[in-house]
Design a protein around this ligand. Structure first.
Ligand code: F6R
Length: 243
């Protein structure tokens, strides 16, 4: 694993954006795997800047998001569909037909999982996958205990994840209890992975990811077995590793 140390959140975001821009410059029809949550917000700001100031075009790019809550429709401001359009897609020249998120409001959720997994394969697989990490070691919404062999599936969210994400909702009761997520096997098939990590609250999880045993009890530990992972973390997030 290649670990890049950023001074702060802004530098972490800029370094991650630079990697994505390099990827698109090399292959204009790249397939990008994207994440939501607080960590990538700065990255998406930098991407918009690269589009507006440096004319980086996304017109041939295809994207697949990691996950979506079950039961929230596209207009719901807490859906990841809304997040991605609001914070990124509406501000760049990406073709709407090449943007993919699982539909958490689908009538048949299992069928939706199968469709999503197939669509990733049909697009040729993910060239570069952006990941964040949950305090409990989840990547995507693969909570502790999820078999490493899983592809896109429906997951019951951990109580700790619902609590961590309650900050985006009016109350914890509004946080969905399930999500559709790419599985660990789906994530591990991406050609390159960039994990971004910010803040001292993530330091322990990052240390476990890098030095801990590879176990389904700490899903992010599987990244030790991927051939092309770059971790871009700020100083606070690296504090437990540099001890
Ligand atoms: C988001 C996702 C999650 C987050 C993780 C960290 O699509 O799949 O794994 O990356 O929960 O979230 P933040 O960045 O809000 O700390």
């Amino acid at each position: 694993m290649n670990i890049i140390r950023a001074e702060n959140y802004k530098e972490m975001s800029q370094l991650a954006a630079k990697k994505l821009v390099e990827q698109i410059n090399e292959k204009s029809d790249s397939v990008l795997g994207l994440a939501t949550g607080s960590t990538p917000e700065g990255l998406y700001e930098e991407i918009i800047k690269a589009h507006k100031e440096d004319n980086i075009s996304f017109k041939d790019v295809t994207t697949f998001n990691l996950d979506e809550y079950v039961g929230l429709n596209k207009d719901n401001h807490q859906s990841y569909y809304y997040y991605m359009h609001h914070l990124l897609f509406n501000h760049i020249d990406i073709n709407g037909g090449q943007v993919n998120l699982p539909n958490g409001d689908a009538h048949d959720l299992q069928e939706e999982c199968n469709r999503y997994e197939k669509a990733i394969k049909q697009a040729g697989g993910v060239d570069i996958q952006i990941l964040g990490i949950g305090l409990n070691g989840h990547i995507g919404f693969n909570e502790p205990g999820t078999p490493f062999s899983m592809q896109t599936h429906i997951i019951d969210l951990d109580e700790s994840t619902r609590q961590a994400n309650a900050r985006f909702f009016d109350s914890i009761d509004d946080v969905p209890s399930q999500a559709i997520t790419m599985g660990i096997d789906t994530i591990m098939q991406s050609k390159q992975i960039i994990l971004i990590v910010s803040g001292s609250q993530k330091a322990e999880a990052l240390e476990k990811l890098v030095n801990g045993p590879v176990t389904e009890d700490f899903p992010a530990s599987i990244l030790q077995q991927h051939a092309n992972v770059t971790i871009i973390a700020n100083r606070d997030a690296l504090s437990e590793l540099s001890k």
